[in-house]
Design a protein around this ligand. Structure first.
Ligand SMILES: *Cc1c(COP(=O)(O)O)cnc(C)c1O
Length: 454
C-alpha cells in the first residue's frame, strides 16, 4: 500500500546489455580519423582499446551477453534499489509519483563501475598489461581503480590538477584501490610537457588529461591501453543494466514512467536508464518522454550546433558528429565536474536531433536548491551532477501539479555527493556562483571546429 523501496533479487540481475543501435531509427554517423578525416579503421582504435570493446563499439546486435565474471562483481551492489520519493512528493504537494534509481549505492558512489568493471574485464582477458585514464572530479578514476583492483590490472590515472589539489580524498580512494594518480599536466608525456613549458602553473583541464592518458597508452608499444568512462557506444551499452532493472522494478510498483530524466555529461547514465525504455517506445507502443539535463554553463545540447568535432583538446581522439561547444571550450568552474565535457555521445545527439529526446539546461543555484530539498526530504545528498536530474524531476512534478495531472516521473540518481561537500558548503554559506550561458566563450570555441566535407 505504501511501499517505498522496490528491490530485485540477484537472480534478476540482467544477463545481457541492450544496444540501442539495433533499434535506433537514426543511423550512426561515421567516426573519422583526427588527421586524415577518413573513417577510422580497427587498427587505429586497436592501439587504444581491446578488440572485444571495438567490436561492441560498432555492433548492431540488440543484446550482448554480460560475462559471468562481470555479473559476479555487479552482485556486490546490483540490482540497485528503485525508490519512490514519497516524502519529496509530499513536500511538493504534487499528484505526480516520483521514482528514482539509486546508483549511488555502488562501492565508489556512482553508476560508473557498471562500465569500469566490464572494461577492466575485457582488457584483462585481451592481454592488456596496464590501463591509463583521466579523471576530473574523480568519479571515473575511482570506479576504474575499483575495477582494475578486482582484475589485478595496474592503472595510471591522470587527474586534472585543480581537482587533485581540491579533492584529496578522491585521490586517497583511488590509491587505496591500488591506482597510481598523477596531477595533470604532468611531465611524463610530450603533451603535458608542452603545456607546462607554456604555463608551469596550468591548473589542467579534462581535455588535457584525456590527451595525456591517450598519449601514455599510444606510446607504450602495446603494453598499455586506454579507458574512457562515457561518450562511446560500448560505455552507454554497459550502463543499460540500470534501465533493464528499472523496467522490472516499475512493474513491481505497478506503474510505468510518463517521463524519464537523467543528467548528461557525456551521456552514459542518461542512456543507461533511458534506452531500455526508449526500446519500449520504438518496439512496444509505449510513449514515455525522455529529458536530458545539462548545466547552463555547458549547454551542449541546448545551445551547441550539431557538427563534426574532435573528442579531445589535443585533437588525438577521433572526430565525431555531435552537438558540441567546440573542443577548445573551457567551461566555467561549476561544481558538477562530470558535466563539463564539450561534446555528447553520438547516439544521444542523433536521437535528440530527430526529436526522440528532449533537453533542458538548469542554473547552478536552482540546481542546488533542488538538491537541498531532496537531501532534506529523502535523506540522500546527491552528487552535483545528479542534482541536475533532481531539479528537473522536481520541475516535472510541479508542472504536473499546476496542470492537475498524475504524472509518473523516473529519474536516475547517478551518484551520491559525499565527496562533494565543498559544493554544499559554498551553497550553505551563500557563496555558490550562478552562471548564465557562456555565449562568448562558445562562439570563440566554435571557430575552431574542423571543416568536414562528407
Ligand atoms: C560522471 C558522472 C556523470 C556524468 O557522466 P555521464 O556519462 O553523462 O553519465 C553524472 N553523474 C555522476 C554521479 C557522475 O559521476
Amino acid at each position: 500500500m505504501s511501499q517505498t523501496k522496490f528491490t530485485l533479487n540477484e537472480t534478476d540481475l540482467p544477463k545481457a546489455w541492450y544496444n540501442i543501435n539495433a533499434d535506433s531509427p537514426v543511423p550512426p554517423t561515421p567516426v573519422l580519423h583526427p588527421q586524415t578525416q577518413e573513417p577510422v579503421t580497427p587498427d587505429f582504435l586497436g592501439v587504444l582499446f581491446p578488440m572485444e570493446l571495438i567490436l561492441q563499439e560498432v555492433s548492431t546486435e540488440r543484446y550482448i551477453d554480460i560475462p559471468e565474471e562481470v555479473r559476479e562483481i555487479y552482485k556486490l551492489w546490483r540490482p540497485t534499489p528503485l525508490i519512490r520519493a514519497r516524502r519529496l512528493e509530499k513536500a511538493l504537494d504534487t499528484p505526480a509519483h516520483i521514482y528514482f534509481k539509486h546508483e549511488g549505492v555502488s562501492p565508489s558512489g556512482s553508476h560508473k563501475p557498471n562500465t569500469a568493471v566490464a572494461q577492466a574485464f575485457y582488457n584483462k582477458v585481451g592481454g592488456t598489461g596496464a590501463l591509463t585514464t583521466e579523471t576530473g572530479a574523480g568519479q571515473w578514476g575511482s570506479a576504474l581503480s575499483l575495477a582494475c583492483n578486482f582484475f589485478d590490472l595496474p592503472l595510471e590515472v591522470y587527474m586534472v590538477k585543480v581537482s587533485y589539489q581540491q579533492k584529496p580524498y578522491r585521490r586517497v580512494l583511488m590509491e587505496t584501490y591500488g591506482a597510481e594518480v598523477f596531477a595533470s599536466p604532468t611531465n611524463h608525456t610530450q603533451f603535458g610537457q608542452a603545456i607546462l613549458a607554456d604555463d608551469p602553473e596550468s591548473p589542467g583541464s579534462l581535455g588535457i588529461a584525456i590527451s595525456e592518458a591517450v598519449e601514455a597508452a599510444a606510446t607504450s608499444e602495446g603494453s598499455k591501453k586506454y579507458s574512457l568512462g562515457s561518450v562511446l557506444n560500448h560505455v552507454l551499452m554497459h550502463q543499460s543494466v540500470i534501465g533493464e532493472e528499472a523496467i522490472k522494478q516499475m512493474d513491481l510498483a505497478d506503474e510505468y514512467p510518463d517521463v524519464v530524466v537523467g543528467c548528461v555529461g557525456g551521456g552514459s547514465n542518461f542512456a543507461g536508464i533511458a534506452y531500455p525504455f526508449l526500446r519500449e517506445n520504438l518496439t512496444n507502443g509505449k510513449d514515455t518522454r525522455f529529458v536530458a539535463v545539462e548545466p547552463t554553463a555547458t549547454p551542449t545540447l541546448t545551445k551547441g550546433p550539431y557538427a563534426f568535432d574532435y573528442g579531445d583538446t589535443a585533437k588525438m581522439a577521433p572526430i565525431v558528429k555531435m552537438f558540441t561547444l567546440g573542443h577548445t571550450f573551457v567551461p566555467p568552474p561549476i561544481h558538477a565536474g562530470g558535466l563539463r565535457y564539450h561534446g555528447m555521445a553520438p547516439s544521444i545527439c542523433a536521437l535528440y536531433d530527430a526529436g526522440y529526446i528532449e533537453a533542458v539546461a538548469t542554473h547552478q543555484l536552482a540546481t542546488f536548491e533542488g538538491a537541498m530539498m531532496f537531501a532534506q526530504t529523502e535523506g540522500i545528498i546527491p552528487a552535483p551532477e545528479t542534482a541536475h536530474a533532481v531539479r528537473v524531476a522536481i520541475d516535472e512534478a510541479l508542472d504536473a501539479k499546476a496542470k492537475g495531472e498524475k504524472r509518473v516521473i523516473l529519474f536516475n540518481l547517478s551518484g551520491h555527493g559525499h565527496f562533494d561537500l565543498s559544493a554544499y558548503q559554498a551553497y550553505l554559506s551563500g557563496e555558490l556562483a550562478d552562471y548564465e550561458y557562456p555565449q562568448e566563450a562558445i562562439e570563440q570555441a566554435l571557430e575552431h571546429i574542423p571543416q568536414v566535407s562528407l
